[in-house]
Design a protein around this ligand. Structure first.
Ligand code: SAM
Length: 239
């Protein structure tokens, strides 16, 4: 691990503000977090901003206390209500493909534990995150606030319809499996904006990168890799 002073200098150069509250957790599970990052790099993650954010955000505080020791293993973990915190490598891959430079407004559909929200918060200007289950949203909000992150708005509701009253967005990240690209999300994405979304059936999906075409309603779609997410509920999801 590089020295903390060097990492903080690098963060500043990459326009990532590490709060003192995040720093308070830095020594906890430091070795495990470093191993997790080494795994991402060996699997092809290159974006230095994503790597640095994930080196700092304490994933263990987002999982139930009795499984905190598993937080840095590369797998999804239960967070209650039949939901999961996503596999860290998939979070890294989705975030890298969002191509965040720090000036974007991001919509996250499926707040879950709030872990990915924290990473998006460090890497963009503003995050709007919507979750179906109010208890999960409340718990995520508490943790994001504990980490001193203040550019996140929390909404409870059906994220398959997006969050119209705060649109448009430069980026949209959907963290649940959808049968297709929800129409309202395309409308709420700016021209040339990017959306990451797992598309498929309830058993298996393809992580897809959607790029909205300028001056139109159309979009280009790139397929990134097979994946397995919990299902997106709601009007434009699986119902
Ligand atoms: N990325 C999250 C994290 O870091 O913990 C994990 C997200 S989890 C895989 C998917 C989340 O999407 C669940 O919390 C689920 O309740 C939520 N969800 C499913 N359908 C939704 C919908 N229509 N609107 C909002 N949230 C939804």
């Amino acid at each position: 691990m590089q020295r903390l002073e060097d990492l903080l200098k690098k963060a500043q150069e990459l326009k990532i503000t590490i709060t003192k509250e995040i720093l308070n957790h830095f020594e906890e599970y430091k070795y495990e977090r470093e191993k997790m990052i080494e795994l991402f790099v060996s699997r092809g993650i290159k974006d230095q901003r994503v790597i640095l954010a994930m080196l700092f955000v304490p994933r263990h505080i987002f999982v139930p206390r009795n499984i905190q020791h598993l937080a840095y293993e590369d797998k999804p973990l239960p967070i209650g209500f039949g939901q999961t915190i996503s596999q860290p490598y998939i979070i890294a891959l989705m975030t890298e493909n969002l191509e965040l430079k720090g000036e974007e407004r991001v919509l996250e559909v499926g707040t879950g534990s709030g872990y990915h929200t924290a990473i998006l918060s460090l890497l963009s200007k503003e995050v709007v995150t919507i979750e179906f289950i109010s208890s999960l949203s409340d718990s995520a909000k508490e943790k994001i606030s504990l980490l001193g992150l203040n550019n996140v708005s929390f909404v409870v509701g059906d994220g398959s319809c997006g969050v119209e009253f705060l649109a448009p967005y430069d980026r949209i990240c959907v963290s649940a499996a959808s049968p297709s690209v929800p129409e309202p999300l395309i409308h709420q994405l700016k021209d040339n904006g990017i959306m990451l979304i797992p598309i498929g059936d309830e058993e298996e999906q393809i992580l897809s990168k959607i790029i909205k075409v300028e001056n139109g309603k159309g979009y280009e779609k790139q397929e990134i890799c097979p994946c397995k997410f919990v299902k997106l509920k709601g009007k434009y999801g699986f119902g």
